[in-house]
Design a protein around this ligand. Structure first.
Ligand code: PMP
Length: 302
């Protein structure tokens, strides 16, 4: 692929970027990561992503062998070495190589790598026409176990949910499960496999923009927080609240947020048309403001 990878202190060609088969990141999903976008020569919300990376590491008692300022420079340098101005960068910190037991104390040195690449996006039509999503049986992890606020390498739960969505798509002529909504054990809407979810209730300036609180098991998405800020800037009432699928079905608008998806409208949930079946006015305005922000703010790469 011709990429240059940061691999634990060196920059190496991708074909030489190898991780030990004894690395607990691979054996047990023991590690943390971030997914970060850069646009127009600037990294979007780099400090917020770094903060979440270090918070996730702290939560699993993993000491990242680089200071945040050093990690920032490594991320920027990886993008520079790949001569990219627009793309996606993925810092990963694993527990490092150990023995075949799961004890993290037997892994003396964490392992760090960073991949910068271009990104495959949802097609333009999805932003113009909106997505169709479904709820799937696999529940979001409970916060009392591996807290979903930790962006860990352990994504198997979300992958199971994605497989359920793929199964539904395979049985239909048109993709009706472009993302999968995951519920909490109590049946409340939490988030999607790789995106946060929002609903808009009401159509005028008094409308409310809501997303589930992180304590029920949602990742505190960087894009989620940005969308909330943008909605507040628009003078809208923004709240974190618990809701069920019913509130989604009868919402006036629905949209997802995520680093890869950005802000993307949803027009169908479990076969129910949301609003008038077109991306909503508030959602469209948020998409516009978000794009403007990504093009004009961020940490300079070059
Ligand atoms: N939820 C999950 C489970 C995710 O993996 C992601 C993507 N990191 C998000 C939400 C969105 O978070 P962000 O806006 O920070 O990319």
């Amino acid at each position: 692929m011709g990429l240059t990878i940061y691999l634990n202190g060196d920059f190496v060609p991708d074909e030489e970027a190898r991780v030990s088969v004894f690395d607990h990141g691979l054996l047990y999903g023991d590690g943390v990561f971030e997914g970060i976008r850069f646009y127009n020569g600037r990294v979007f919300k780099l400090d917020e992503h770094l903060q979440r990376l270090y918070d996730s590491a702290k939560a699993i008692r993993l000491e990242i062998p680089l200071k945040p300022e050093e990690m920032k420079e490594v991320i920027l340098e990886t993008i520079r070495r790949n001569n990219l101005r627009d793309g996606y960068v993925r810092p990963v910190v694993t527990r490092g190589p150990g023995d075949l037991g799961l004890d993290p104390d037997k892994c003396p040195e964490p392992f760090v790598f960073v991949i910068a690449d271009t990104i495959v996006l949802y097609p333009d039509e999805s932003y113009k026409n909106g997505l169709s999503v479904i709820t799937v049986p696999t529940r979001r992890n409970v916060p009392e176990a591996l807290n979903p606020r930790i962006k860990s390498l352990n994504y198997l739960n979300n992958i199971l949910a994605k497989i359920e969505a793929n199964n539904v798509n395979a049985a239909s002529d048109i993709p009706i499960a472009e993302e999968a909504i995951m519920l909490s054990n109590d049946g409340y809407v939490v988030e999607c496999t790789g995106d946060n979810i929002f609903i808009v209730e009401g159509r005028d300036t008094a409308c409310r923009v809501s997303t589930p609180p992180t304590y029920i098991g949602a990742l505190e998405g960087v894009t989620r927080n940005t969308a909330m800020d943008l909605a507040r800037d628009m003078g809208l009432q923004v709240e974190e609240k618990i809701f069920t699928r019913y509130e989604v079905y009868i919402a006036d608008e629905c949209f997802l947020t995520g680093t890869a998806a950005e802000i993307i409208p949803v027009v169908k949930v479990d076969g129910r048309i949301i609003g008038d079946g077109r991306p909503g006015r508030i959602t469209q305005e948020l998409v516009k403001r978000f794009r403007n922000l990504t093009q004009t703010t961020g940490t300079e790469i070059f």
